[in-house]
Design a protein. Structure first.
Lengths: 155, 103
């Protein structure tokens, strides 16, 4: 028996059911918003992550700021902030290029919430950190290199 | 149930700033214990902050967010005395909700 074909049919009807439920208002957009984006968090490379988030090739923007230390003594706790002056920001994400999975965190910002978020992330090694911002439906990106000092002797 | 979160909420000139310190292991699934067995991943996947019924921030975390995650953000609105509710859910299905009063 062609199992793959059966599976495809099954998933196909599942997706159709989901859209029917969504159309009927049983699944509200608010709930869909809370679905963890497994594909994006499982993606290993930057390119795959951006693809999974539907970002394609974001444009570099000077209006997006990534803040963080130039040198992090402890890779387990690296304070990182993202801020932007772009209008109508609906999504902000932090990506770390050389981590096993690039995506660290993504934030959905409803209207009224400022595009200015600080958090702390882990870094396995010296890497570029990318801030991805969705403004007016378009994706923008900025980057900053953070050096991680192994052994924590504070080079 | 994890330990309580520490949440500070302060309103200044109509903008509320939230600072939250969440108590969670945030195990990546990359580490090995002394016996060489992989420590299974255990991390917060979703976090939401609400002012009343309105969501002010919805976050999705991966395992590369630090142990005991810290989060700071600002939103317009909120008044002194209003309650902000922060809740999270982890990949083992555990969850926790804490609240803070804006001052």
């Amino acid at each position: 028996m062609n199992n793959q074909r059966r599976n495809v049919l099954k998933t196909g009807s599942g997706a159709a059911l989901l859209s029917v439920l969504a159309a009927a208002g049983i699944i509200t957009p608010g709930m869909a918003l809370a679905d963890w984006n497994k594909a994006a968090f499982d993606a290993k490379s930057m390119a795959d992550t951006l693809k999974a988030m539907g970002a394609g090739a974001p444009a570099d923007s000077k209006d997006v700021q990534v803040t963080g230390p130039d040198i992090a003594e402890n890779g387990a706790v690296v304070p990182v902030g993202v801020a932007t002056s772009l209008p109508n920001v609906t999504m902000v994400a932090i990506l770390i290029e050389k981590n096993p999975n690039a995506l660290a965190a993504s934030f959905t910002l409803p209207e009224g919430t400022e595009a200015n978020i600080q958090t702390r992330v882990k870094m396995g090694q010296t890497s570029n950190i990318y801030a991805l911002v969705k403004s007016d439906g378009k994706f923008f990106m900025a980057t900053k290199e953070i050096k991680v000092t192994l052994g924590g002797c504070g080079g | 149930m994890g330990n309580p979160m520490k949440i500070r909420a302060a309103n200044k000139d109509g903008v509320t700033e939230i600072k939250a310190l969440i108590s969670h292991e945030m195990e990546t699934g990359q580490r090995k214990d002394a016996a060489g067995a992989v420590v299974p991943a255990w991390f917060i996947t979703e976090l939401t902050a609400k002012l009343g019924d309105k969501i002010v921030l919805a976050a999705e975390f991966g395992p590369s967010v630090s142990k005991n995650p810290y989060l700071a953000f600002k939103f317009k609105g909120g008044a002194k005395g209003d309650k902000v509710v922060v809740s999270w859910k982890d990949n083992k299905g555990d969850s926790r909700t804490d609240e803070a009063v804006i001052n």
